[in-house]
Design a protein around this ligand. Structure first.
Ligand SMILES: Cc1cc2nc3c(=O)[nH]c(=O)nc-3n(C[C@H](O)[C@H](O)[C@H](O)COP(=O)(O)O)c2cc1C
Length: 152
């Protein structure tokens, strides 16, 4: 199965670590939305959107990317990491997928080390995350996505 994941991961690259774990289960093209490239997602069997949670929501460039590039009816999945308050989680990208009639294959989230603002003063929260168990859960999640897809 040909999979691309469009992602934003800057704070501690927590989300990127999760995606790298998934990539151990099957090939995934990782597309950093902050690289400002033009992409064609038509050629993929399935598209993931992934982000750290910033200000209680998916990072806005990932949402804009989904709005601009996600083809109609393309199967999708969502991945995010958060420090402790996931807010609306993947809601913004879920809504875009729904408007484009894209079937949702699943959603994965886990905690990610967070030293934003006042949390830095206490050494951060969600220390050590994503941990080995989170990464194992991520691999299992992607195996299940692969099992759902007839193109594997
Ligand atoms: C500017 C900023 C805002 C954040 N806002 C939230 C938030 O609203 N809720 C939360 O749980 N974590 C928040 N975090 C923590 C991140 O979601 C968490 O560390 C995440 O794993 C970062 O992913 P990344 O390393 O892939 O960028 C914030 C971090 C930063 C830097």
């Amino acid at each position: 199965m040909k999979t691309a994941v469009c992602y934003y991961s800057r704070h501690h690259e927590n989300t990127r670590k999760v995606l790298e774990a998934m990539r151990a289960e099957g090939e995934i093209d990782l597309i950093d939305v902050a690289a400002h490239q033009t992409v064609c997602l038509e050629e993929y069997d399935c598209i993931g959107f992934a982000s750290g949670i910033y200000g209680f929501e998916f990072q806005k460039d990932v949402v804009a990317f989904a709005q601009q590039y996600l083809p109609a009816k393309k199967p999708v999945f969502f991945v995010y990491t958060y420090g402790g308050a996931r807010g609306t989680g993947a809601k913004a990208v879920q809504e875009i997928a729904a408007a484009k009639n894209c079937p949702v294959l699943g959603e994965f989230s886990c905690k990610g080390y967070d030293t934003f603002g006042p949390f830095k003063l206490v050494g951060g929260i969600a220390k050590g995350h994503p941990n080995a168990q989170d990464l194992e859960n991520a691999r299992r999640f992607y195996r299940e996505i692969l099992e759902q897809n007839p193109h594997k």
